[in-house]
Design a protein around this ligand. Structure first.
Ligand code: BGC
Length: 476
């Protein structure tokens, strides 16, 4: 492990700016880092197959033709990674639990080694004084369930609740915060509707069914955790993007409205308001899935916090994509047939993924929550925020990722802006480690720590040292 700290050719000390940001942090504001099981763990011989294993093995699904069978080998290097977080000085760590590691077939027999791994992780974290936030599902659907239809099947939501109960019973005394599902919108849209993520299905009807069952799975999971009962707080993590029409033309305004519903409302309205999101206009697509009487109530379980993941805003125009929507990785016919597209934002710089870097829109996004959900909005935690950059090492091997430092400083500062009706309680940087960035493979690096794909050596970047200084500079 390469130690953190000032490096030759490092960025100039931020001094005053860093102190100002530290002073802006309210008492008790949680600062953390976030990862997910599939993206870092590897250790694939000790778990059941995930849908992503099968998807990544298909030709042309992953940009660099890689897979996550080893990933950052966190499964074998977990104590070293927790030591890194201790050195960093974070309050909290958001990780995810791999369903196929706990239940290799997604139902039935439990893998004791799998549970033992998370048991050790929790012990290490608590020993290091780091507050554990566990996500129960971050897209690694067990392959056995995926083969039977995955989230298009209602049964998957019930199998998910069974798994959640197992995990809740095992760790309910030690996990401080639970996230049921990570970004269900991304899975429903990219995995089931556009086919650019696992399981690679590309049908609106599959996406609509998956959406409903993910919502149901979320509600059943909250119920299961409360029934156990677990000690920690419970929430969900949804991706959000403030949406604007590219022009005042009605076609662009309708496209923007549809995009807003798909990105921001399908998973927030039923959870926070107990109401289905409005229908899409002019697309001939129904989003309702196959709800049954009583589902809406299960889905709208009261939450202790609402996890928001903000990466970029969306300027939407009608017409087929010129720029790909979401991640610039594999393309499918369904994706290219989409009747809406994202337009560039010349006024903003972009990150490695070509995503506009626009911290000024964070308070705007928070304002949208206040308008839409009013008193029904629980305290917000940014459960992810961060940026990929090329991160070229300099001649002495140091990674001086000044652009990431700037991104994190400005986005965190914006997240602290007072917005009436919204209480923001924390910010988790995505991500601790460079990892398997889904369909982009290892081509996009989000980590505060670089991981050598051959040796697995961890090297802290300048952003790690920056975050460390910020954490240490807090006055309360
Ligand atoms: C996901 C992460 C992903 C990150 C950057 C989020 O949508 O939850 O798994 O790595 O974005 O693309």
């Amino acid at each position: 492990m390469t130690p953190a700290g000032p490096r030759p050719d490092g960025p100039p000390p931020e001094g005053a700016a860093l102190k100002r940001l530290a002073a802006k942090l309210p008492p008790g504001f949680l600062l953390g880092v976030s990862t997910s099981s599939y993206q870092i763990e590897g250790g694939s011989a000790s778990r059941g197959a995930a849908g992503w294993d099968i998807f990544a093995a298909r030709p042309d699904t992953i940009l660099d033709h890689s897979n996550a069978l080893t990933a950052a080998d966190h499964y074998h290097r977990m104590p070293e990674d927790v030591a890194l977080m201790k050195e960093l000085g974070v309050d909290a760590y958001r990780f995810s639990i791999s369903w196929p590691r706990v239940q290799p077939l997604g139902k039935g027999a439990v893998n004791p080694e799998g549970l033992a791994f998370y048991d050790r992780l929790l012990d290490e974290l608590l020993e290091a004084g780091i507050r554990p936030m566990a996500t129960l599902f971050h897209w690694d659907t067990p392959w056995a369930l995926e083969q039977a239809g995955g989230w298009t099947k209602r049964d998957t939501a019930y199998r998910f609740a069974d798994y959640v109960r197992i995990v809740g019973e095992a760790f309910g005394d030690r996990v401080a915060d639970w996230v049921t599902i990570n970004e269900p919108a991304t899975l429903a849209l990219e995995g089931y509707t556009l086919g650019v993520h696992a399981p690679g299905r590309a049908l609106w009807v599959a996406g609509a069914r998956a959406s409903h069952h993910l919502l149901l799975g979320h509600g059943l999971a909250v119920k299961a955790l409360r029934e156990v009962p677990v000690k920690g707080r419970i929430g969900i993590s949804n991706a959000h993007t403030p949406v604007f029409a590219a022009s005042s033309r009605w076609s662009d305004r309708f496209a923007a409205r549809n995009f807003d519903i798909l990105s921001n409302r399908v998973f927030a309205d039923p959870v926070l308001r107990g109401k289905r999101a409005p229908g899409l206009v002019g697309l001939g697509v129904r989003l309702s899935g196959t709800p049954r009487w009583g589902d809406a109530k299960i889905i709208a379980q009261p939450l202790d916090f609402y996890g928001v993941q903000y990466y970029f805003p969306s300027r939407v125009a009608a017409g087929p994509p010129r720029l790909k929507i979401g991640t610039p990785d594999s393309q499918t016919k369904a994706m290219l047939d989409l009747p809406m597209r994202l337009e560039p934002w010349p006024e903003y710089g972009v990150t490695g993924f070509d995503w506009p870097d626009s911290p000024d829109l964070v308070p705007v996004l928070l304002g949208h929550f206040a308008d839409r959900y009013g008193s029904k909005l629980p305290p917000v935690i940014f459960t992810e925020g961060g940026a990929s950059y090329p991160d070229m090492p300099n001649r002495v091997g140091a990674i001086n990722d000044a652009d990431r430092i700037d991104y994190l400083a400005t986005h965190l500062s914006a997240a602290l802006t007072e917005v009436p009706g919204v209480k923001v309680e924390g910010y988790f940087v995505w991500s601790l480690l460079d990892n398997f960035e889904w369909a982009a493979g290892y081509t996009q690096k989000f980590g505060l720590v670089a991981v050598d794909p051959d040796t697995q050596e961890r090297t802290t970047k300048a952003s790690f040292a920056w975050y460390q200084r910020l954490l240490a500079a807090r006055t309360h």
